[in-house]
Design a protein around this ligand. Structure first.
Ligand SMILES: Nc1ncnc2c1ncn2[C@@H]1O[C@H](COP(=O)(O)OP(=O)(O)OP(=O)(O)O)[C@@H](O)[C@H]1O
Ligand SMILES: [Mg+2]
Length: 263
């Protein structure tokens, strides 16, 4: 279970200006919740994921996973129980290392690095994992990852992020850089891995249809806040059009609020 309370993050932009990227944000995600997250550019979605993963610290507030406040933990310590996949297929894997070395590294994630990655005894297991991906990677264990296509690389990143069954999986537009067919394949793979391991997931997407179809809950962010939280019947009855309407309504209301404040 993920519990976020009163989370705040302001960036200093230079020249004495500031951007409040996350504003008093609260979120409770029970174990097994698969939340899709939407919101326009700059809404704070990636910042929220970065704060959870520990890329940078929050200004205030707490982030608890299964009761443990992780907000002061360094990033590598959080990596032990948080898996993540980014938009850029180049980011989640080490390009100059081989597929098997990457997989071995994923098993050791969050642990102190030893002298050996212990690849040798694990080749059969790795081959099995890659065969399941059905992307012709099972005979390429010794290939450098930089030789793979974006889709193959993203599939590998997803496998690596979930190999040690994280308590939380963070996906930040992880299919955005892929062609439609490969993107659909990665979404199917995501669904399968999440269902098999009953993972708790936060998935950012700009695809509203996908946001309503994948997972069991959809939140919308705007200006560092969660402005809509859809689940159950309400979500089932929400169409892409209604989500878009809600989106423009929120924007309009916020704008009017700002005007009222200035008046
Ligand atoms: N490291 C940073 N330094 C300064 N400002 C930042 C930094 N990271 C994010 N911001 C600002 O914080 C706000 C939220 O950015 P964020 O990347 O979280 O948005 P997002 O919802 O992920 O948008 P997108 O859909 O474009 O990915 C933006 O105004 C952005 O410019
Ligand atoms: Mg983003």
């Amino acid at each position: 279970m993920l519990v976020i309370e009163n989370l705040n993050k302001t960036f200093e932009l230079g020249g004495g200006t500031f951007k409040r990227a996350i504003s008093d944000l609260n979120l409770i995600a029970p174990e097994g919740d698969f939340i899709t997250m939407v919101g326009s550019n700059g809404a704070g979605k990636s910042t929220l994921l970065n704060l959870i993963a520990g890329v940078y610290p929050a200004d205030s507030g707490s982030i608890k996973i299964n009761g443990t406040d992780i907000s002061t933990f360094p990033e590598h310590k959080r990596a032990k129980f948080i898996g993540r996949v980014f938009q850029d297929p180049m980011m989640g894997t080490a390009g100059t290392m081989t597929i098997e070395e990457n997989l071995a590294m994923a098993i050791k994630r969050g642990e102190r690095r030893g002298f050996s990655l212990g690849v040798k005894g694990k080749r059969t297991e790795f081959r099995h994992i890659l065969k399941e991906l059905d992307l012709d990677l099972d005979e390429r264990l010794k290939d450098q990852v930089k030789l793979l296509s974006g889709g193959q690389r993203q599939a590998l990143t997803l496998m690596m992020a979930t190999l040690t069954t994280p308590k939380l999986l963070l996906l930040d537009e992880h299919t955005a850089a892929l062609d439609p067919k490969t993107a659909a394949r990665i979404i199917t793979l995501t669904n399968n891995i999440v269902a098999e391991n009953q993972l708790t997931v936060l998935m950012v997407t700009h695809n509203l249809k996908q946001a309503l179809e994948v997972g069991n809950r959809t939140i919308m962010m705007h200006d560092g806040e969660i402005v809509l939280d859809l689940k159950g019947r309400e979500r089932e009855q929400t169409s892409v059009e209604r989500l878009l309407e809600a989106f423009s309504r929120v924007k309009k209301e916020r704008f009017l609020d700002d005007r009222a404040l200035l008046a």
